[in-house]
Design a protein. Structure first.
Length: 86
C-alpha cells in the first residue's frame, strides 16, 4: 500500500510541477501580449508621432471605443489612465 501511495504522490507532484511551469509560461506570454497591445493603442493615440503621449492626446482619446474596450478587458477604469501620468 505504501508503494502505491508513494507512486501516486510522486505522479501528483510531477503533474503539479508541470502545471506550475505551464501557468508561468502562459502568464509570461499574456504579459508580452498585453504590452504589445498597449504599445499599439498608445501608438495610435500619439498624434504627433513623438513617441510620447501628452495629456491632450490622452484626453482626446478617452472616448475611443478601442481604448474603452481594452481597459474594460483588463478590468481597469478608463479614469485610471490618468494615473499613468502621475
Amino acid at each position: 500500500v505504501n508503494v502505491i501511495t508513494g507512486f501516486f504522490c510522486e505522479n501528483a507532484f510531477d503533474l503539479a510541477e508541470q502545471d506550475k511551469e505551464h501557468i508561468i509560461q502562459e502568464q509570461m506570454a499574456n504579459k508580452a501580449k498585453y504590452c504589445r497591445e498597449f504599445e499599439d493603442i498608445f501608438a495610435k493615440m500619439d498624434d504627433d508621432q513623438s513617441g510620447e503621449i501628452t495629456f491632450d492626446e490622452l484626453e482626446a482619446n478617452l472616448d475611443s471605443d478601442a481604448l474603452l474596450a481594452y481597459f474594460q478587458h483588463l478590468n481597469l477604469d478608463i479614469h485610471q489612465a490618468w494615473d499613468i501620468f502621475r
